[in-house]
Design a protein around this ligand. Structure first.
Ligand SMILES: NC(=O)C1=CN([C@@H]2O[C@H](COP(=O)(O)OP(=O)(O)OC[C@H]3O[C@@H](n4cnc5c(N)ncnc54)[C@H](O)[C@@H]3O)[C@@H](O)[C@H]2O)C=CC1
Ligand SMILES: C[N+](C)(C)CCCC(=O)O
Length: 505
């Protein structure tokens, strides 16, 4: 059943898919929404056509999903880590087997190129394999106490966790949150972004096929209101959120009321520092990777590109040449490297940042305009040409605010000391990057940058083994890597007396 829905949907091409199957999932099956009168259209970014209807879940539906997740949790938490691992490895195998189909649907819903979506799905099954591998390793400590007494610690699950996702990596975010959660013995109720509701439910079906108890991974659809219901629900032990800083602050406030743990993966305005002793071609490639993946809608993008003055002309010439050569268009074509932005309002917002940059003294070296592909079916898609802005200053809006579009701002610098100060002059702290051939400088810069990640001589690589998360307003908690186990589990101390109780009373 689940596979036949996927097979049918993935037969589509750009401009032809209409999704009518229910997008909620709990109790081991897709669940029809109750409040059809609240339906809102979801658009295919490449064509501007309606892809499906989004019907937000209300309190009753969220409650049903929670109960279903809690029931599954009671079974799942009792299973040995190795048993959970076996189920998760099967889920990883199924994702891998269906990678092309899932990627295709992700592209139709999100607008990114198929080349990128395939990488996203590969990262998803790798994440599942990685946390399956860790599921059997959860363990505690044995502590010897006087008189033969001792204590030991147990790493236990938290319970039902809520996951709230952004639109830019819909399937991958659902896996990045649920894989470590499930490995630790938790259940998860996940709410995707209302703009990208289609692929999370495919993950739910894959988990079911792999053998998780019904309800272990539930999907509820909706926007801010449904998200609020999740954060306030008494069953929820932890909220893991990916999205913007303003929403992250609200999530934290709401979670505080129930003393729920939170992980916040928020936005950024990351610096990429290119020294004159770098290998220029790699630095240029790195700058493109730091700015143009997923049409620039990536939280950890290095959008403030600081280039040492002496190499500025060569850098600009090369970066502009390569940016102009990026093939923009139908995201399902193999040759396309940049697809459509997520929505019309997002496209308008990004274009406005470009005009404002011009008004504030920036110079557009290329792109920054709406792009209309020649294919008639793409005429109403949300495309723009990737943009390089020169002549930027630290006080310009395009340098201070997260644009979330394909816009690179370039600024000159003189010295290491100066550039570190300028790079850190932001409330964000998600990522950073440095290109240099001087290894002492590379590590010194990495140490001094206030960010959760520093890439040396590359940018935006994302192996699942390494922790990812923010400093400052970019959030806290980590995703990926071993450390995430700590964010999805809690420690119990068991104290064992071997002698008589020495009472003071
Ligand atoms: N650090 C990270 O890992 C990542 C961060 N982001 C950040 O996310 C932003 C873009 O994503 P968007 O989807 O536009 O962000 P957003 O903050 O508008 O929405 C994110 C999610 O929160 C939900 N939501 C909105 N208001 C809510 C509320 N009051 N209570 C509960 N849930 C609520 C939305 O429905 C959506 O599922 C950018 O700022 C970007 O930097 C995006 C991807 C990764
Ligand atoms: C996959 N990667 C590293 C390009 C981006 C991951 C963070 C995000 O979801 O925006």
């Amino acid at each position: 059943m689940a596979q036949s829905i996927l097979d049918a949907m993935s037969g589509a091409s750009t401009g032809s898919l209409v999704v009518t199957e229910p997008l909620n999932y709990w109790g081991g099956k897709r669940v029809k929404p109750r409040q059809e009168k609240n339906a809102e259209p979801v658009f295919e970014p490449a064509t501007g056509r309606v892809l499906c209807q989004l019907v937000p879940c209300g309190a009753e539906e969220v409650d049903e999903a929670m109960q279903s997740a809690h029931t599954a949790y009671l079974t799942w938490r009792k299973m040995a880590g190795m048993e959970r691992a076996r189920v998760m490895l099967e889920a990883a195998r199924i994702i891998r087997e269906r990678r092309e189909k899932i990627a295709k649907i992700e592209v139709i819903n999100n607008g990114k190129s198929i080349t990128e979506a395939l990488v996203d799905i590969d990262v998803a099954w790798q994440s599942m394999e990685y946390y399956a591998g860790l599921a059997g390793t959860l363990s505690g400590q044995h502590i010897q106490l006087p008189g033969g007494a001792f204590s030991y610690t147990r790493r236990e699950p938290l319970g039902v966790c809520a996951g709230i996702g952004a639109f830019n990596y819909p399937f991958q975010i659902a896996v990045t949150k649920s894989a470590p959660a499930l490995a630790c013995g938790n259940a998860m109720v996940f709410k995707p972004s209302p703009m990208t509701p289609v692929t999370a439910v495919i993950l739910a079906e894959i988990y079911k096929e792999a053998g998780v108890p019904d309800g272990l991974f539930c999907v509820v659809q909706g926007g801010a209101e449904t998200g609020t219901l999740l954060c306030g629900h008494p069953t929820v032990a932890k909220v893991s959120f990916t999205g913007s800083v303003p929403t992250g602050k609200k999530i934290m406030e709401m979670s505080a009321k129930g003393v729920k743990q939170v992980t916040l993966e928020l936005g950024g305005k990351s610096p990429l520092i290119i020294f004159k002793d770098c290998e220029l071609e790699n630095a240029v490639k790195g700058a493109l990777m730091a700015n143009f993946l997923t049409q620039g809608q990536v939280c950890c993008n290095g959008t403030r590109v600081f280039v040492q003055k002496e190499i500025m002309p060569q850098f600009l010439e090369e970066v502009v040449k390569r940016t102009k050569a990026i093939p923009v268009g139908d995201p399902l074509l193999d040759g396309t490297r940049m697809g459509a932005l997520i929505s019309k309002p997002q496209l308008d917002k990004v274009l406005k940042y470009v005009s404002q940059a011009k008004a504030e003294g920036g110079r557009v070296l290329c792109g920054g305009d709406p792009f209309v592909p020649s294919d008639p079916k793409l005429k109403a898609g949300y495309f723009m040409s990737p943009c390089v802005l020169d002549n930027c200053r630290d006080d310009m809006t395009c340098v201070k605010e997260e644009i979330f579009g394909p816009v690179m701002s370039v600024m000159p610098f003189d010295t290491e000391e100066e550039v570190i100060k300028r790079a850190n002059n932001t409330t964000y702290g998600l990522a950073s990057g440095v290109f240099t051939r001087d290894i002492s400088r590379a590590h010194r810069v990495a140490e001094n940058l206030e960010a959760g990640t520093c890439f040396i001589n590359n940018y935006n690589t994302s192996p699942v083994e390494m922790p990812f998360g923010g400093y400052k307003n970019s959030g806290f908690g980590r995703e990926n890597g071993q450390v995430t186990i700590e964010y999805y589990s809690q420690l119990k101390t068991v104290v064992v007396e071997m002698g008589n109780v020495e009472s003071l009373f």
